[in-house]
Design a protein around this ligand. Structure first.
Ligand SMILES: *[C@@H]1O[C@H](CO)[C@@H](O)[C@H](O)[C@H]1NC(C)=O
Length: 202
């Protein structure tokens, strides 16, 4: 992991500790900077960024797990600022759009939210499975869903509140199965979502 970072070692203090006579400007003309750089790791980063963007743009054919070499990259993205900033950007755009809609019609304007990875985050589930390094296991995922512990995605909760205050009707549309209706309702309420008009399950 240490090689992920550019390591700069400044040896400029070294001459101070040496006898004056060897401090010859021709042989020791500058603070010595040793740069250890891993071109290979830069390449992996670029490959993984390219893979992620292709996934997000839905340009990849169906895939089962993240590429082995992207494990560190995806974990870093999901758990540090990257994912959060991307969520904020999308939610900000959604808010701008919501405020631009002319609501003075027949009151039949609805806003549809997906549930998983839109309102609720299953990141804790994926964190235990290498952030996608393991093949998706629907039985284990169902067990996680049935715990009803998925946290809200904060920036989505803000959009949700704004959309409600603008008096959109809110419809929740999810690929979760009908048998998970009550745990899904509990989970949504506990995460701070409220007052939806309809929850449509599979
Ligand atoms: C909003 O819609 C109403 C009714 O459809 C219309 O009369 C009004 O001009 C619209 N307002 C704007 C700002 O477009």
């Amino acid at each position: 992991m240490i090689f992920l970072k550019k390591i700069l070692i400044f040896l400029s203090i070294l001459p101070l500790a040496l006898p004056q006579e060897i401090f010859d400007p021709d042989t020791f003309p500058r603070p010595l900077i040793i740069e250890i750089n891993e071109p290979h790791l830069k390449e992996v980063q670029l490959q993984c960024t390219s893979w992620r963007v292709a996934v997000e743009a839905n340009n990849l054919s169906p895939w089962k797990k993240i590429p082995e070499e992207c494990g560190d990259y995806v974990r870093e993205y999901m758990t540090h600022k990257g994912y959060e900033i991307d969520l904020q950007r999308v939610c900000n755009e959604a808010g701008i759009y919501a405020r631009s809609v002319n609501m003075s019609g027949d009151g039949k304007i609805a806003w549809i939210f997906d549930v998983d990875e839109t309102l609720l985050s299953n990141l804790p589930y994926y964190a235990d499975r290498g952030y996608g390094l393991e093949i998706f296991d629907s039985t284990k995922f169902d067990e996680w869903v049935e715990m009803g512990m998925a946290p809200a995605i904060d920036s989505s909760l803000k959009v949700y509140e704004e959309v409600l205050s603008l008096e959109f009707k809110v419809i929740l549309l999810t690929g979760r199965s009908e048998r998970h209706r009550s745990i899904t309702i509990d989970n949504l309420l506990q995460a701070g979502f409220r007052d939806w008009d309809k929850l449509i399950l599979r």
